[in-house]
Write a protein that binds this ligand. Structure first.
Ligand SMILES: Cc1ncc(COP(=O)(O)O)c(C=O)c1O
Length: 489
């Protein structure tokens, strides 16, 4: 091209890509991208003179203003410079090779190295993904029974309220904390004020925060075996070491925990109903653990994930309410009562932990979006939460009854129920000739959400079995799921 270091052939590919498939980009954007790429890949070397805007416009059949606009954009971003009377040049001082290595070949391996912590996460057993379309999925509530019209009204009301709320609270919306405090005091025997509550995006985030605040690298965490694998990442991230303690029909073996407790900073337990087996922690062991925590300046994290669904009486008093308000962090979730995607849970903190946790929270994520919190607060204040809970308790009891009946009719020789007084799933031991992981894998491939019991053990699994969700499924759906299971067994 006239008086430049560029041949017009350089623009042949640009002319060829004038009509790309899909939604076309505006022409000025296409030309900008083309020239930027040319500079970044070294086709246009630093200090190369570019054609004048008139010349380039003619060659590319664009308006001169379009080319001028592109040159202005390139200049504003530092790719080219314009010298008065001399024309436009690729910026001579650009160190193209610094940006080029990754750009030219997307296949080249990244130079970014992950931290040791994130490599450790790779060593943990992977978590199951939660596919709401699967049948017999544990932890799945009855979504079709959810009072959607009332919820939609609460969401609309939250939208209006947001207009007037200027507060960003790292502890969570005061309206929701007030409602949760009322609910916990009335129904779970928990001693708490709204000032002790910290709202999280699901209880899992609360545990992440708790472990990062409580553990120093090398500190031990006493945990149930089998237990909830969702805590493994949080413990590993905080540098903690999980010490797995077996359970028996009275729950977590506190006696063994005490023997292994040297250097233990935290005990993570599900006292109302061990996850996943369902045994309740005896009063004697609860008191022993509270005493241990106080004597050692340690902390108990009480994961109360589904205690609301106890069918043969009211929910048991939480450990926090048993005089543990100075050493127990109580963790609750709305995933199971309301909807798995709601991603709202909470921690009830001992008073001394409120300020440090809230400060850290400010650094971690700056608190949660106000809208779902205000919606849930409105939903609870209007009584929809409690009435939904009452209805679901009855419904789940009936659904469990149906599942047990079907299993005893169809699988009595293969599956043996491990009795539990509530929950949203049943645990069924398999006769020894079956491999639970294999059955669960085949079941998942056929659209079931059944989980193998042995997956939940850290040590060698004491027993093999299947975890079958019933709460989210009516009789037809259960029949369909059990039919598939009968073909597999
Ligand atoms: C025992 C247990 N604890 C905690 C959680 C996490 O709940 P969230 O959905 O609130 O993070 C789950 C999830 O299913 C669970 O099974």
């Amino acid at each position: 091209m006239h008086n430049t270091g560029i041949s017009s052939e350089l623009f042949t590919p640009f002319l060829a890509q004038q009509h790309p498939a899909g939604k076309p980009l505006p022409r000025y954007r296409m030309l900008f991208n083309y020239l930027q790429q040319g500079i970044m890949t070294g086709k246009l070397q630093p200090a190369t003179k570019l054609p004048s805007s008139r010349e380039l416009a003619q060659l590319l059949m664009l308006s001169r203003n379009t080319v001028k606009q592109v040159y202005e954009m390139l200049q504003a971003e530092g790719y080219i410079e314009t010298r008065h009377g001399a024309g436009s040049f690729v910026s001579p001082q650009l160190n193209i090779s610094a940006g080029r290595a990754n750009k030219t070949s997307p296949q080249t391996s990244t130079t970014i190295k992950l931290s040791l912590k994130s490599q450790q996460i790779d060593q943990l057993r992977p978590l199951y993904s939660h596919d709401n379309k699967q049948l017999l999925l544990p932890a799945m509530p009855a979504i079709d029974q959810f009072p959607w019209p009332q919820w939609q009204r609460s969401v609309a009301s939250a939208g209006r309220e947001m207009k007037f709320s200027s507060l960003r609270d790292n502890q969570g919306s005061p309206e929701l904390r007030r409602e949760i405090a009322r609910y916990l005091t009335a129904s779970r025997g928990i001693h708490c004020r709204m000032e002790q509550i910290l709202i999280c995006s699901g209880s899992q985030q609360g545990m992440q925060l708790a472990f990062s605040m409580l553990l120093n690298p090398g500190d031990k965490v006493l945990a149930e075996d089998p237990g909830f694998p969702g805590i493994d990442g949080a413990i590993s991230n905080a540098g903690g070491i999980k010490v797995s303690i077996p359970i028996d029909s009275n729950g977590f073996r506190a006696d063994l925990a005490m023997q292994n407790s040297a250097g233990a900073k935290v005990a993570f337990i599900t006292p109302s109903r061990n996850f996943p087996i369902g045994y309740t922690l005896s009063l004697e062991r609860r008191l022993a653990l509270l005493q241990w925590a106080r004597q050692n300046g340690s902390c108990i994290i009480e994961d109360d994930y589904d205690s609301e669904f106890r069918f043969d009486g009211p929910p048991l008093t939480a450990m926090q309410g048993l005089g543990g308000d100075d050493c127990v962090i109580y963790s609750g979730t709305f995933s199971r009562i309301l909807h798995p995607s709601i991603r709202l849970g909470y921690l009830v903190l001992p008073t001394a932990l409120v300020d440090p946790f809230t400060r850290m929270r400010g650094f971690l994520d700056g608190g949660l979006s106000a809208l779902p919190q205000l919606a849930l607060a409105d939903f609870m204040a209007k009584g929809h939460f409690s009435s939904h809970l009452r209805r679901m308790r009855k419904l789940y009891k009936a659904r469990r009854h149906y599942l047990l009946q079907q299993i005893s009719e169809k699988f009595s020789d293969k599956l043996q129920w491990l009795a539990s007084d509530g929950g949203m799933h049943g645990v069924f031991l398999l006769s020894p000739d079956y491999d639970d992981q294999q059955i669960a894998e085949q079941a998942i491939a056929r659209g079931l959400g059944i989980r193998p019991l042995s997956y939940y053990y850290d040590q060698e699994a004491a027993q093999s079995g299947l975890i079958i969700g019933f709460a989210g499924y009516d009789e037809n759906q259960m029949d369909k799921g059990l039919k598939i299971l009968s073909e597999l067994l």
